[in-house]
Design a protein around this ligand. Structure first.
Ligand code: ZN
Length: 133
């Protein structure tokens, strides 16, 4: 596949209200967008760091993916997202090479990106997102 850069790093937090002041006040980054992704049962906050974003993820439903992650593992890095050309063909390539997919086809994520996830069981424990504009 054709990966150009790390598009974002997704970090699960208990509360955006508590997390944003750390990223702004201590790291000196600027939150440029807060967006709810109803489909994923999360509220997200974005910070730009060079070409890469930090995506903070707060759960809006304990039964959602981030709610479950927080309950099991607590706060911390949730996924790494790579920008790639052609998410569908990247998925096909990964599947051909024996990687387990979470998404068989791309869907819409935050910021209108086409996104799809590879299963952490096939990626040495790192939930891996592929995305494109
Ligand atoms: Zn993401």
């Amino acid at each position: 596949m054709k990966i150009s850069h790390i598009e974002h790093i997704g970090i699960a937090v208990e509360s955006l209200e508590k997390a944003i002041p750390y990223y702004e006040g201590v790291l000196g980054l600027k939150c440029y967008s807060v967006e709810e992704v109803a489909d994923q049962k999360v509220k997200t906050a974005f910070f730009m760091v060079g070409q890469t974003k930090i995506e903070l993820l707060e759960s809006t439903d304990p039964e959602g993916p981030i709610g479950k992650f927080l309950e099991k593992k607590g706060e911390g890095v949730h996924h790494v997202a790579f920008a790639t050309e052609g998410v569908q063909s990247a998925l096909n390539e990964a599947a051909e090479k024996g990687v387990r997919l979470i998404d068989q086809a791309p869907r819409k994520g935050a910021e209108g990106l086409n996104i799809a996830f590879l299963h952490p069981k096939s990626t040495m424990g790192v939930l891996t997102e592929l995305c494109e504009k």
